[in-house]
Design a protein around this ligand. Structure first.
Ligand code: FES
Length: 131
C-alpha cells in the first residue's frame, strides 16, 4: 500500500535528542526525532501499549523511551528493545526543502450513511458488499 508524503515540521523545529509531536492533516499524530546521524525518524505519536504520546518521551542511546511505562523503542527500527514484536509504528521519512516529511498511511475511506446502510444490508442478506 502506498502512503502519502506529508510535511510534518521544519528541520530546525526538531532539537537534537528531543522528540517533537505534531498533528498532520486532519488528525494524524506524528512524532519526529532527530537521530543525530543526519536521519530523522517519524512514528505514530501513540505508544502501542496505551494512548500516550511518544513525543513526551525521552531519547536515550538510540532509543525513545515512552513516558507511560518506560517501554523503549529502537529509533532505527521502531522495535521495542526487549520485545521486538511490540514495536512502534514507524513511517518512512525524507527531508525536502528543509521540511521533514513522513509517508503516512492513506486516510480511511469515508462512506456516506447511505453507502454504509446499503453495505450493511447486503452483508446481512449475504450479497456481496459492492454488488
Ligand atoms: S503507555 Fe507507553 S509503555 Fe505504557
Amino acid at each position: 500500500m502506498t502512503g502519502r508524503w506529508q510535511r510534518v515540521c521544519r528541520v530546525e523545529e526538531v532539537p537534537a535528542g528531543r522528540p517533537v509531536g505534531r498533528i498532520v492533516g486532519e488528525s494524524d499524530r506524528v512524532c519526529v526525532v532527530d537521530r543525530g546521524d543526519g536521519e530523522y525518524v517519524a512514528m505514530l505519536d501513540r505508544c502501542p501499549h496505551r494512548d500516550v504520546a511518544l513525543s513526551d518521551g525521552v531519547v536515550r542511546d538510540g532509543t525513545l523511551v515512552c513516558p507511560g511505562h518506560f517501554w523503549c523503542f529502537d529509533l532505527a527500527t521502531g522495535e521495542r528493545t526487549d520485545l521486538p514484536e511490540r514495536g512502534a509504528t514507524v513511517y518512512r521519512t525524507r527531508v525536502v526543502d528543509g521540511w521533514v516529511e513522513a509517508e503516512l498511511p492513506p486516510p480511511p475511506s469515508r462512506r456516506s450513511i447511505r453507502e454504509w446502510l446499503l453495505s450493511e444490508a447486503r452483508a446481512r442478506s449475504g450479497q456481496p458488499a459492492d454488488g
